[in-house]
Write a protein that binds this ligand. Structure first.
Ligand code: SF4
Ligand code: SF4
Length: 223
């Protein structure tokens, strides 16, 4: 069967026949056509925005989200920065069972267990660090928790840091966070990583601690 493009075109690559016309292959014409289209859209949108600004609300130009001052509503299912849920007295609901640390595929949770002052509660985390530089936001830790003590509903997505050590979030930082609003907007201020705070100790030591075996952290019965 004859190639139906053969009469109107000269393929650039014979394995992938091109449909470009001679005019299209003279790129300057296409560049000018693209600039003309961009200009038409730009001035049409500017005109609509001007009408909208002077009170003609029916005229709406292209919608641009002025991030970070404006935000798109987030889905309620969005997995954002973790937080530790508090009891009524402000202590963590977490009982240091190590389930989340065990299930975490990125091995980025580090817990040190200690005895709870309340005899009805066996343990409480003395330390609970999450290395967000390694976290893959799978949500397994939330699913595995038997106490509903860890959630990923803060709506906070901006937790960049200048160093890997600054991505480690401690128990105190995670306990201070609140759930997001109904539209997904954060209610807590975006936490400032430790390596940006003046006078804060660098958390390098915490990262080094993450290699300590779980049994030495009270997470498993001692022999
Ligand atoms: S979201 Fe996934 S990777 Fe991140 S801490 Fe939880 S279990 Fe680990
Ligand atoms: S699974 Fe829940 S209760 Fe257990 S250590 Fe993790 S956050 Fe705490």
């Amino acid at each position: 069967m004859a190639n139906r493009y053969a009469e109107s075109n000269v393929p650039m690559d014979r394995r992938h026949p091109s449909r470009m016309t001679v005019r299209q292959r003279f790129y300057l014409v296409e560049v000018l056509a693209g600039l003309r289209l961009t200009g038409v859209r730009f001035f049409a949108n500017m005109w609509r925005h001007t009408l909208h600004a002077v009170g003609i609300k029916a005229a709406r130009g292209a919608v641009t989200i002025q991030y970070p001052e404006e935000r798109r509503p987030y889905s309620p299912r969005l997995r954002s920065l973790h937080r530790l849920v508090r009891r009524e007295d402000g202590s963590p609901r977490c009982v240091a069972c190590m389930m989340c640390e065990t299930v975490c595929p990125a091995h980025c949770i580090y817990i040190v267990a200690t005895e709870h002052p309340n005899p009805d509660i066996e343990k409480v985390p003395a330390r609970f660090d999450i290395d967000l530089g390694k976290c893959v936001f799978c949500g397994y830790c939330v699913e595995a928790c038997p106490e509903d003590a860890i959630r990923m509903d803060t709506g906070i997505l901006e937790f960049a840091s200048y160093s890997r050590a600054g991505m480690i979030y401690t128990k105190e930082m995670l306990l201070a966070l609140e759930p997001a609003q109904a539209d997904g907007a954060p209610t807590s201020p975006v936490p400032i990583p430790a390596d940006r705070k003046v006078g804060e100790p660098q958390p390098e030591a915490r990262r080094a601690d993450m290699g300590i075996p779980r049994a030495e952290r009270g997470g498993e019965p001692q022999p």
